[in-house]
Design a binder for this molecule. Structure first.
Ligand code: ZN
Length: 138
């Protein structure tokens, strides 16, 4: 995989790989258990995030075969407020965030701009691990 992902893996406190789930989804499609519209359902927000914050990967889309596949990270954590929670970010931003905030999870999603296939690939727990100071209880 790309250098960015490997670097993240070395920095992450926990990594969950969703490649088995992805394979199960793809086999569900080939056996007819899943319909194509159920998995090619990327919303406008996801397509836009993939376009502006994602990285094009040199991998053909598993569904339509187009080379329009990209990977994008979404970040969730208690340390993010409002709109910042769930924001799409570039790998470099993830590494600097990992130094700045205690803990967050980055979800790596694969998106096809052609057929709108999308699937979770992996999640990474990142952060500097420094607990946030709590306010003294009154
Ligand atoms: Zn596709």
């Amino acid at each position: 995989m790309t250098g960015g992902r490997t670097l993240l893996e070395s920095r992450a406190r926990a990594v969950v790989d969703y490649s088995l789930a992805r394979r199960a989804t793809l086999s569900g499609l080939s056996t007819g258990r899943l319909a194509r519209h159920e998995v090619c359902d990327a919303q406008a927000y996801l397509l836009r995030a993939a376009r502006y914050h994602g990285r094009a990967v040199n991998v053909a889309c598993p569904l339509c075969g187009a080379g329009a596949l990209s990977q994008v990270f979404f970040t969730y954590g208690d340390c993010f407020r409002g709109d910042a929670n769930g924001r799409a970010r570039r790998p470099r931003e993830l590494l600097s965030l990992a130094d700045e905030v205690p803990e967050f999870t980055a979800y790596l999603v694969e998106v096809c701009a052609d057929c709108r296939w999308n699937h979770l690939l992996a999640s990474y727990v990142l952060g500097n691990g420094v607990p946030v100071k709590r306010r003294a209880r009154s």
